[in-house]
Design a protein around this ligand. Sequence first.
Ligand code: ADP
Ligand code: MG
Length: 233
Amino acid sequence: MIQAQNLGRSFLLEGNPPSLLPVLKNVSFEIPEGQCVALLGPSGSGKSTLLALLAGLDSATEGSVSLNGTKLDTLSSDDLTEFRAKNLGFVFQAYHLIPTLTALENVMLPLELQDVPRAECRKRAEAWLKRVGLDTRMDHLPRQLSGGEQQRVAVARALVAEPRIVFADEPTGNLDSVNAAKVTELLLSLRGRCALVLVTHDATLAGQADRVLRLRDGEVESDTLHTPAGARP
Ligand code: ADP
Ligand code: MG
């Protein structure tokens, strides 16, 4: 489902002389269908860089990423956009809603990118906004919404097309505890239905994952499968 093979990412630092900053080194793992993975590690350890590579938002300098059997670096930029719209959902810490579109229009977007008929896009987007508790906020612009509301719109947008893979980069990092709990509950409601990779400092989220991957200095420090609670000796 998600395959990272010997992934590396270095950044060119300007200067005299210019230098290469290696940020990810030789990262390999496979995430099967439906697994919920918490990605942990200190600030600066490469978590966001890794998620961006897995989601095709950035290109690796070494190695490759395959999603559902498709190697991302073999796709043209148009095909990658279409592939992402069909298969991936992404929730960022800073929401990243389109400021000129209403909540409803933001959530309709991934479906429109897949040429779903407009009436159907609207119906499905409305249903998701209801599900995240925003039925009375559909026609609001992002700046007319609180941070928690914006993140719930972003979650609805990430999930509306029922992607098989969902990435979330510190999705509760900017939220108060009430909104964080709502977003956590929404993401955990996906368990088993899609592969989920979550960067989080939230102990509740990490504790409920099937697997915990820890990065340190751009390398996988540990990779632990959680035994289901009932099965512990
Ligand atoms: P994390 O999400 O774990 O906090 P990041 O993946 O954002 O870490 O960053 C890892 C390291 O890579 C940091 O030292 C950061 O400064 C560096 N880095 C990230 N993006 C760039 C970039 N575009 N250019 C140079 N360095 C970068
Ligand atoms: Mg980060």
